[in-house]
Design a protein around this ligand. Structure first.
Ligand SMILES: [Ca+2]
Length: 405
């Protein structure tokens, strides 16, 4: 069973929907979360670190309460990454996620971080002995002296080629840095799944840009460009393997879930009140999520006059699950084909614009079909334009909250 699980590295900026995505992945038996790498984004990197440690401690307590013991060497590695974007000023989304990134749960004392959360992150060389230590549920994660970009590269280098998926649900700074440090190792990723961008609709943090792409547009453009030359066919897969075996850079499969494809996957206030609220105090995951979901429903009601929360990052986690069966050759994945609609686009991200930083661009001119719009080799980004929202709600609520939706 262990061999058949999908290896995933989650790059994230928790963040409310990040927290839901991380819990969703950790509660999905077909996935082995090998590492969680942290980036600036929804809130400052210090808050992101505190939130990540809190989430993983909640998960440890949840496992202990269910009698689930995770061997120490299967715990995710928690690696700290960039505190600012590569080429622009720092922005954040605390208006949506709260000043602490988790709906003021820490500030209001609704759910405290472990008192020793900072110490938990300190890497001690003695940790290396953990491999031999018996599983005990004493630890919530493994530490590392590597930064996030190096941890991503380490996971890719120490696994067979094209077996580790990167699930990126924050600004893409760490991924771009990993690529720039070692493009050959970076191209060993099975696929790169990204929550980000707004394609044929307005943005959410600016008239044209979605938050993750706006927060580091240069990084987003670098990562999308790794898709140049990607072919989603059995021949394409063999070519990639051959290149990697010769220690050469291979094209990457880059899949994005932009705002266009992710707004229909939601949790209604009704579902929250029926299935999540009553479980406060009954299990660690529900108790923790209750602490910040009350904030989220207040925010969406106040800002957008809606009574539903769309956790984009968790929806992207479902995309990751649905693509597991496709090893990268585009074959044998009816569940994905049935539930997701997509286009393959030469998608670029505006990095310099005075008003349009982070905007997604592709050539919409009907008469220029087939000609590269920018003179270089086109990107080949698989852009999800529609998912199956009700199906997401059902699977997510079922796995994270054991709700019979
Ligand atoms: Ca995020």
């Amino acid at each position: 069973m262990v061999q058949s699980r999908e290896s995933v590295v989650i790059d994230t900026d928790p963040g409310i929907d990040d927290a839901l995505a991380i819990l969703f992945m950790l509660l999905s038996p077909e996935v082995h979360v090998r590492a969680i790498t942290l980036t600036h984004g929804n809130t400052s990197l210090d808050d992101v670190k505190r939130n990540a440690v809190t989430i993983l401690n909640v998960m440890r307590d949840h496992n202990a309460a269910r009698g689930v013991v995770i061997p120490n060497d299967e715990l995710p590695v928690l690696a700290v990454g960039c505190e600012r974007p590569l080429r622009r000023a720092l922005i954040s989304a605390t208006y949506f996620h709260g000043s602490d990134g988790l709906g003021e749960t820490h500030a209001k004392g609704l759910h405290a971080a472990p008192p020793d959360w900072e110490q938990q992150l300190i890497h001690d060389a003695k940790e290396l002995a953990d491999k031999e230590a018996p599983a005990s549920n004493a630890k919530a994660f493994r530490t590392t002296s590597r930064d996030a970009a190096d941890e991503i590269l380490h996971q890719l280098k120490t696994s067979p080629p094209l077996t580790v998926s990167l699930l990126a649900v924050g600004p893409l700074t760490n991924l771009a840095l990993a690529y720039e440090r070692d493009p050959v190792t970076f191209s060993r990723a099975k696929r790169i799944l990204i929550m980000g961008g707004a394609i044929n609709q307005p943005g959410n943090v600016s008239p044209t840009a979605e938050f993750n792409f706006c927060a580091d547009p240069y990084a987003a453009d670098v990562v999308l460009a790794t898709s140049k030359g990607f072919k989603h066919t059995p021949e394409g897969y063999e070519e990639r393997l051959n290149l990697i075996e010769q220690d050469k850079q291979a094209p990457c499969q880059v899949v994005i879930l932009p705002l266009d494809g992710s707004e229909d996957g939601n949790i209604s206030r009704e579902l929250y009140q029926k299935y999540i609220l009553p479980n406060k105090g009954k299990n660690p995951v529900s108790t923790f999520c209750n602490a910040f979901l009350i904030w989220s429903f207040e925010v969406v009601s106040r800002l957008y006059s809606i009574e539903t929360l769309s956790p984009y990052d968790a929806y992207t986690a479902l995309l990751c699950l649905d693509m597991i069966q496709d090893k990268g050759d585009g074959q044998g994945n009816p569940e994905f084909e049935k539930n997701w609609q997509y286009s393959r686009l030469d998608l670029r991200v505006e990095t310099e614009g005075m008003y349009t930083q982070g905007m997604c661009i592709y050539d919409r001119r009907s008469w220029s079909k087939g000609k590269p719009a920018w003179g270089d080799e086109p990107n080949n980004v698989q852009v999800i334009l529609r998912g199956n929202g009700p199906r997401f709600t059902k699977i997510f609520m079922n796995r994270v909250f054991e709700a019979p939706v």
